[in-house]
Write a protein that binds this ligand. Structure first.
Ligand code: UD1
Length: 427
């Protein structure tokens, strides 16, 4: 297996192009199931998760063609056509690899009146059930049975619009049910819907496909079902988590980096938090510039929350940063119950972190030291890369396949800005 080796201590200076958002791209790809016309998506990142979903869609009978090839540097363009769906079954083998595959459920039931989708099961960061997706589909009139680890969903004719009140915010359930509701008979109201930029991107694409959605960007989405949707071309928004991660890398190392293509507004609470810690973030003509105000940043408390709050997907990276600042900070995780696996690894690098339930108290230390480390999920892995950039000596990050799920050419992007980082090919 590949490793990443980092020799810490270099400031980052240069330009990093931010890719298309993985978490926007995945639901957008499943939206192709809603129409028999082609959906063309540009600025898709070149990541393992995108390939996993493409394989699932191909297995349903979707025709996927890559348009042009520009070396992956400006994102990819895929044209997806679901004019000849041969299977409405999403098998365990593919679904277990990635939870976002459950997003085929809503579109399949809405257009074909049936779907059989494996339950995704647990993952490293917690149980992560899809009960809200299932309950919402029932409210839209689908008959659901759980059998042999699968969700069997059916409806006679079209789904019917309904008012669905989410007890708490779920990005995936909002996306799945918004897609299903576009083809339902009548009006659907999604109350307490997620407002993440990725949800907005999906809604905008659905509208371009002919859907009628009001309240985009708010916590109440009102969808008037239509009889059919058509194809369109849509450019995927920039990845705010990738942008935030590299902004935190600059906060850890010093230097100045231009994050080309990034959208400052999409950073939500991350920009306020990083500014409070002492990072200067400015909007530029091409994206965002990031540099440190002083040599060492200061501790700031954060609590993860749905957008526009501080994202759980940036909690691990922020903790690596806080491990190196002046003073203490308290990081509280409210979205996932088991998202502190990076803590023992950061501690092995000299970080001073104490866990109390869902909160971590981090006391900044003057220097971390390099070590061999590994993590069990994507964001935890990248937090170890950030710690490695700050540490004295060499850090070897194992299980690089986690990074490859969500960060395109991570080592190349960092190395181009002066970091000593390389991928070591394994067996
Ligand atoms: C998406 C993101 C993921 C991010 C998460 C929270 C994608 C592909 N992934 O995941 O990177 O970390 O949002 O911002 O966009 N829950 C239930 N029942 C459900 C659905 C969710 O209990 O039916 C719980 C989850 O276990 C979790 C919380 O709700 O505790 C929020 O999860 P959700 O917003 O649904 O996350 P995902 O859409 O899976």
């Amino acid at each position: 297996m590949d490793h990443i080796r980092i020799r810490g201590g270099n400031p980052l200076n240069g330009v990093i192009r931010i890719g298309g958002a993985k978490n926007a791209a995945l639901p957008l790809m499943t939206a192709c199931l809603l129409t028999d016309e082609a959906l063309t998506l540009s600025n898709l990142p070149h990541l393992a998760d995108i390939t996993t979903l493409a394989n699932l869609l191909i297995q349903h009978g979707v025709d996927i063609n890559m348009e042009g090839e520009n070396g992956g540097h400006e994102g990819r363009t895929l044209s997806l056509s679901a004019h000849n769906i041969t299977s409405t079954v999403a098998p365990y083998d593919l679904v277990r690899k990635m939870r976002a595959t459950a997003l085929v459920l809503g579109p399949l039931v809405a257009r074909f009146g049936q779907a059989r989708v494996s339950l995704p099961g647990g993952c490293a960061i917690g149980a992560r059930p899809i009960d809200l997706h299932i309950k919402g589909l029932q409210e839209l009139g689908a008959k659901i049975e759980l059998e042999g680890g699968y969700v069997n969903a059916r409806c006679n004719g079209r789904l019917t619009g309904a008012e669905i009140v989410f007890p708490f915010t779920s990005v995936g359930a909002t996306e799945n049910l918004m897609m299903a509701a576009t083809l339902a008979d009548g009006e659907t109201r999604l109350i307490n819907a997620a407002r993440e930029p990725e949800v907005i991107d999906l809604a905008n694409c659905l509208v371009a496909m002919g859907a009628q959605i009001d309240g985009i960007g708010s916590d109440t989405l009102v969808i008037q079902g239509v009889e059919r949707l058509g194809g369109t071309s849509h450019r995927v928004i920039a990845d705010r988590i990738e942008a935030g991660t590299y902004a935190m890398a600059v906060a850890v190392t010093g230097g100045e980096v231009q994050l080309v293509g990034a959208n400052l507004e999409h950073l939500g609470a991350v920009s306020e938090t990083l500014r409070a810690a002492g990072l200067i973030l400015e909007e530029t003509d091409t994206g965002i510039s990031a540099r440190r105000e002083n040599d060492r940043l200061t501790g700031v408390d954060v609590m993860t929350d749905p957008y526009p709050g501080f994202p759980t997907d940036m909690q691990a990276q922020f903790m690596a940063l806080m491990a190196t600042v002046n003073g203490a900070s308290m990081v509280t995780e409210t979205i996932f119950e088991n998202r502190f696996m990076h803590v023992p690894e950061l501690t092995r690098m000299g970080a001073n972190i104490n866990l109390h339930g869902g909160s971590a108290m981090i006391r900044g230390v003057p220097k971390l030291t390099g070590a061999p480390v590994m993590a069990t999920d994507l964001r935890a892995s990248v937090s170890l890369v950030l710690a490695g950039l700050a540490a004295d000596g060499d850090t070897i990050v194992n299980r690089v396949y986690h990074l490859d799920r969500g960060y395109e050419r991570l080592e190349e992007k960092l190395a181009a800005c002066g970091a000593e980082v390389e991928r070591i090919k394994g067996d």
